[in-house]
Design a protein. Structure first.
Length: 79
């Protein structure tokens, strides 16, 4: 099992949340959005500037900035 930061997940790939390194208010916000251990998340597309990136989490579309996504470690799932 190789972990990678969510911001490095290629567009179109799905992954599973394995670790959240954020602290304080950001950690609470991510957890409120449904990002808890074991949650499946898929990278949908990047904005024109490349930041933020749109992700599908539990059927909802959520945009996360690179700085936020880099604090979430995921395991890439097979296509």
């Amino acid at each position: 099992m190789e972990l990678m930061p969510l911001n490095l997940l290629p567009i179109g790939y799905a992954s599973k949340v394995k670790q959240i390194n954020a602290q304080g208010a950001l950690r609470r916000r991510l957890m409120d959005l449904g990002l808890i251990l074991g949650t499946e998340i898929k990278a949908i597309r990047k904005s024109l500037s490349g930041d933020p990136t749109l992700y599908e989490i539990r059927g909802a579309m959520i945009a996360l900035r690179c700085e936020e996504a880099s604090q979430i470690l995921v395991e890439r799932l097979a296509l």
